[in-house]
Design a protein around this ligand. Sequence first.
Ligand code: PLP
Length: 410
Amino acid sequence: MTLPALLHPFARPAAPAESFLRIVRAQGAALWDDRGRRYVDAMASLWYCAAGHGRTPIIEAVTRQMQKLDAFHLFDRFTNDPADHLAERVAALAPVDGARVMFTSGGSEAVDTAIKLARFSFFAAGQKQRTLIVSRTPSYHGVTYGGLTATGLPPNQEGFGPLVPDVVQVPKDDLAALDAVLARDGHRVAAILAEPVIGSPGVYPPAPGYLQALRERCDRVGALLVTDEVITGFGRLGTWFGAERYQVRPDLITFAKAITSGYVPLGGVVVGRAVRAPLEADGALILRHGVTYSGHPTACAAGLANLDLLESEGLLARGQAAGKRLADGLRSLVDGARVLEVRGEGAMWALGLAPGTDAVKVRDRLLDEGVIARPIGPATLAFCPPFVIEDVDVDRIVDGVRAALPEKHG
Ligand code: PLP
């Protein structure tokens, strides 16, 4: 048994080299391993490959950009065309008043950026007491200390020492719990942070009216609303951002993943007028925040080409059609014994298996059927296919799950 030099994320450090599946090639919604086995990529890799794999326009745009200007930073006085153009494009798509965009390298940094901007904006406005961040359980907001602290998944936080102060959590959809926090601490709240559809902890759409109620609470106590759209951004729910689907206008939106369909890492934050205004009011104020790769021209070129593809090929609508076919297929597996429910919205779905079912084992059997899904939370299997997935592959996912479920007893 040998351990690889590569230490894998969210994996057992003791896992031997032989236990990994070596993915060597991808096209559309299909992947191949080093033994030539084909798999349906039922998770769009890790919720990100919206446009599908191997798309020539993105590859060519990245190549062209690399040949012209591979990389140069944005700190202080520097800018570049792809970053400017992508910011304009994202600002125009976002359901946010007076939007500007700050780029990061990924989703966790985007969440930390949103938390810091919310606090700093109030600081600049003279409301220095507004440092409290309210997030929910369950939720996933990443792995950096800000995002990890906001994450409502205790196992992810265990053992990592003291987290960030002034972050509190309330159960999802529980407005009474939120109101109790606001009654006590409303004057201290900088932001309420919520995924439109909770993703990694198990795929939970919001209760009807819940996100609008968050907006109303923010307006009432003078706090900012942040939607974490690292998964829902760029069409997963059929609208460019999930907030739009639920008819709310946040002050900040975090995004990553499908902005480039994952071809090059990129994340960012849409920054609305309420957040911007105090930062722009003092011409001498310097925003001492930003990451080395913020606005990386090659990543932004990938983003522009990806958005072109999503738009020109009508992929948002196609993703929704695929999501509906998938949801219908998954619902046919609900038997009240092994599969209890199907949860989701748009093109992100989960099967709720009977308590005690080992979702990892089901995933492993599903690999043998040529489908890659993701076991998340207790007894949950998630699906989030590329928008370009063909019906035959959607059906392969459903047939594969049917075959991979444990034997029916009784
Ligand atoms: N926020 C949400 C809602 C996510 O789903 C994720 C990742 O899945 C993150 C933040 C963290 O993003 P990253 O893994 O790119 O740091």
